[in-house]
Write a protein that binds this ligand. Structure first.
Ligand code: AVI
Length: 320
């Protein structure tokens, strides 16, 4: 039942990731150029995101960690021991131990599409929790995952921190929540992080820090295209922008052309007029109602909701 051995990346004879190439060529052919945010995370991009979690303006990681630190008694009471914690993503070295320490689970099952990250995170955790059975599964959790037989009889707690759900449009988010229910089975619970709507200036600063780390994270996508898809995008002529879209309650990241530019990708010609943008990420923000609506649409009933002291971020416990 393990997903290891599954070929997760489909490459052509030149080693090009076919899905990446298709998403880029299709996305740049639209009127509003757009590339799915998941392509931000190559090795360089993943490292830059790690750096983002430590910059002063980026509050979500600290706010969520604060909740996990302060509410351990309530997690213990409301979730209880003996569950298999299934983490969607290979886990953060800070947040995951806080949860595991609070609730005393019977097993830990991290799911990640990148085998390298998964094994590194699992090894790290095994040192901190020598008595906890850990079953890493290399899988794309956007589809139903077959969990290891060893945890088949345990009730599950899904853990999806970081407000990663906010990087999906509602339709995709609902599909994922429903898929999670299928993956986790009967009497499952879900602990999910959802970032909150707040002052526009605070939000825009969090996604456009003074040190320029988020700009590098965004621009790395253009560099990655040049590296992996024989691209000639003039990266120096693009500028990072974070904009609040009030209609959709989301921060959008764009790459804005500073002048008219032309470039090639995988043998195809593209052009951008001055001020035209490539939309590279959505980060949706929620309030009490919109988070409940999304969870309910995905088949989960919220049972408890925590926020940090400053009310910036929410962690929600829901039941299937
Ligand atoms: C991973 N994800 C939840 C981050 C966010 O806040 O939407 C990604 C990110 N993009 C720019 N900064 C951080």
């Amino acid at each position: 039942t393990s997903n290891t051995g599954l070929k997760l990346v489909d490459r052509d004879e030149d080693g090009v990731d076919r899905a990446f190439r298709a998403d880029v060529l299709d996305g740049l052919s639209e009127d509003q150029k757009a590339i799915p945010a998941r392509w931000l995370y190559d090795d360089a991009g993943s490292q830059l995101f790690e750096d983002i979690t430590r910059i002063p303006e980026y509050y979500p990681t600290r706010a969520e960690t604060e909740i996990l630190e302060r509410r351990s008694d309530e997690f213990a009471r409301l979730i209880g021991p003996g569950r298999a914690v299934v983490e969607f993503g290979s886990g953060s070295s800070v947040k995951t131990p806080l949860l595991l320490r609070a609730i005393e689970p019977a097993a830990y099952v991290p799911l990640d599409i990148s085998g390298d990250f998964l094994r590194a995170a699992a090894d790290d955790l095994a040192v901190k929790f020598p008595h906890l059975p850990i079953y890493p599964v290399e899988a794309d959790f956007m589809r139903k995952v077959a969990l290891p037989d060893d945890v088949a009889d345990l009730p599950k707690l899904g853990f999806f921190p970081g407000s990663t759900i906010g990087n999906m449009v509602a339709r995709t988010a609902v599909n994922l929540l429903r898929t999670m229910r299928e993956t986790l089975g009967e009497s499952a619970r879900l602990l999910i992080g959802m970032d909150l709507i707040k002052d526009q200036g605070v939000l825009e600063a969090a996604y456009d820090d003074a040190g320029g780390v988020t700009a590098q994270f965004n621009l790395n996508l253009a560099r990655r295209i040049n590296r992996e898809l024989a691209g000639t995008i003039p990266v120096d002529d693009l500028r990072h922008e974070a904009r609040w879209n009030d209609d959709f309650a989301r921060i959008e990241m764009h790459l804005v052309a500073q002048k008219d530019v032309e470039f090639e990708i995988a043998g195809r010609d593209f052009a951008m007029a001055k001020d035209e943008t490539i939309h590279t990420e959505n980060s949706h923000k929620f309030d009490r109602r919109s988070s409940a609506t999304l969870l309910l649409a995905g088949g989960w009933t919220p049972v408890h909701r925590w926020t940090d002291e400053a009310g910036r971020f929410s962690l929600i416990l829901a039941e299937a």
